[in-house]
Design a protein around this ligand. Sequence first.
Ligand code: ATP
Ligand code: MG
Length: 295
Amino acid sequence: MNLIMPPEEEKIISQTRREPRVESREPNPDALPSALDSRTSTASISALTVKNLSIYFGKNQVLKSVSLEVQARAVTAIIGPSGCGKSTFLRALNRMHELVPEARMTGEIRLFGEDIYAGRVEPVIVRRRVGMVFQKSNPFPTMSIADNVTVGLRLNGVRARATLVDRMEKSLRMAALWDEVKDRLHAPAISLSGGQQQRLCIARALAVQPEVLLMDEPASALDPLATAKIEDLILELKKDFTIVIVTHNMQQAARISDFTAFLYLGELIEFDATRKIFTSPARKQTEDYVTGRFG
Ligand SMILES: Nc1ncnc2c1ncn2[C@@H]1O[C@H](COP(=O)(O)OP(=O)(O)OP(=O)(O)O)[C@@H](O)[C@H]1O
Ligand SMILES: [Mg+2]
């Protein structure tokens, strides 16, 4: 397994040094120590470092000692057949799997150097720094479009109306939805199309200014046009965010990701630059999977 990708490195370093596009940042009293915050430590190019991650549901081990580095401001795709542990892997990256009572993990996950499973780290803080977008868009149906975007901020105690309005517009713009909804911000979220609802969920995730965005098959329920919009959006977002995306669509992984991890039966079979995975993978299993011979 080759974890070193020199040609990509320079690009990522330069991307990592860019300032985030969203300027206004709320003072965040319960944030992780600022010395460990990615926004101040631009020297690191690994957003997430996963070491020997194993996850069990009861006695069933569904991830087997997975180690990889998620590069900052790049798109990392997770591919593999159904049931291989992609969603479980993604959920472990923001401690979401802990919501399952019988789930247990061993190993280590660091977010810009900070152990996200350290005793003093609150899961809710991790989930704010590492946002999640799901396969099925899940806006709050009775809430307006605007309120859906700001709900996370309001739950985090942001009250200033000007801040909420400003962050709502910025998030909707970043999610490439603003122009379509700016005249009906107070309409219910469920009045939007499926693709718009998914971009609304992306806006909602962006509103709390995460550093990493996890996306679990975000376009698999959408038509080709809506899918293309999400893909364009991901390419735009990676300038400011680190993105980890699960996808069953090989063309999509090839189009939008910089790195690809191939999981099979809970094991990381291969992890490399996407170009390499799709043109000259090191393992036969990877080749068989990406060429559609199994899975
Ligand atoms: N909450 C849970 N409780 C028990 N087992 C679970 C739970 N969630 C997932 N699993 C098991 O973990 C394994 C991996 O599931 P996971 O959802 O991560 O797969 P996946 O690769 O995302 O599959 P798909 O492509 O179908 O979404 C499966 O065997 C699944 O049955
Ligand atoms: Mg899944």
